[in-house]
Write a new protein. Structure first.
Length: 302
């Protein structure tokens, strides 16, 4: 893939914009990300940052009222049905500006490949998230995502208990859960430790995104192979149905022939063609082989 798409999501007010701006500053860019949970709600949209790199961060609206329609919204974003710069509309918006949603999932390169969930250290709802995010965790696991959780705090040091709480809520492994000082909100200079933590967060996210892409491509390849096998099997079955109708073969004769084909790993008409000169080893009754060979020769122009 030319670029890795990383979604930054989390509760309203957790610090998603602060995290994105922290990454921008570490790369030497000025702040660009504004709070998407404030202002004119009708103009909120998926916004992209660091587009010129081989990865990009995608900012989203706060999720964690955790209603069913928010889960649908997340699925639309991850699948690429909702695209960069699309307006994110919700039923409870004062003036919703509905954006058409694509019916089919986008190609892999246009989907979300990595996930960063940003949580606020002082948020008192961590235990609620552990319960209410169960559907999210199951979905991430089913789709092959390896989320990274980031806990932003406004103090000198974090707390190990918060790391555990965040990992349990998001479904992230302990080594994929980080605590980061919110220098943007505190208006302080970035420490070497914070810069190193941001680098670790991005590295861990990119590793997870690469794993997701590999699993997705492998799954799609297997699906195509399975569909081809099914189509091949259907072609062979249709051929045999026509032969049975034309030559009045008995049901048990066709059934035995199919069993012989499976034993010889004959799954499509091309395989059957390769065995045309040895058809007698497959057919259960005398006289069936020359008829099938004749029809195969006619079909393939032999």
């Amino acid at each position: 893939m030319e670029s890795v798409n990383i979604l930054v999501f989390g509760p309203t007010g957790a610090g998603k914009s602060c995290f994105i701006n922290s990454v921008l500053r570490c790369f030497g860019f000025p702040d660009r990300c504004v709070n998407q949970d404030a202002g004119d709600e009708g103009t909120l949209h998926l916004e992209c940052f660091l587009e010129k790199f081989n990865f990009q961060l995608v900012d989203s609206r706060g999720f964690f009222n955790l209603r069913g329609d928010y889960m649908d919204e997340l699925k639309n974003i991850l699948s690429g049905r909702m695209k960069i710069n699309d307006i994110i509309c919700r039923k409870d918006d004062e003036q919703p500006k509905w954006q058409p949603i694509a019916k089919e999932a986008a190609p892999l390169k246009e989907r979300i490949h990595g996930l960063i969930c940003v949580l606020d250290f002082d948020d008192g709802r961590f235990e609620q998230y552990q319960v209410k995010m169960e559907e999210y965790r199951s979905f991430f696991k089913e789709e092959g995502y390896s989320p990274v959780s980031v806990v932003l705090h406004k103090r000198d040091t974090g707390d190990e208990d918060r790391t555990t709480d965040a990992a349990l809520a998001v479904g992230a492994a302990a080594d994929r859960t980080f605590q980061l000082t919110n220098h943007i909100a505190m208006e302080t200079d970035f420490s070497v430790k914070s810069k190193a933590t941001i680098a670790e967060i991005l590295e861990s996210t990119l590793i997870g995104a690469e794993q997701y892409a590999r699993l997705t491509m492998l799954g799609e390849k297997r699906k195509k192979t399975e569909i081809k096998k099914q189509n091949d099997r259907l072609d062979l079955d249709m051929f045999l149905e026509r032969m049975q109708s034309k030559y009045l073969f008995k049901d048990e004769e066709i059934a035995k022939f199919k069993e012989s084909c499976l034993e010889e790993d004959v799954t499509n008409m091309e395989h059957l063609k390769e065995l045309r000169d040895d058809m007698g080893s497959l057919v259960p009754v005398w006289g069936m082989a020359p008829l099938l060979k004749f029809e195969i020769d006619k079909l393939f122009g032999c």
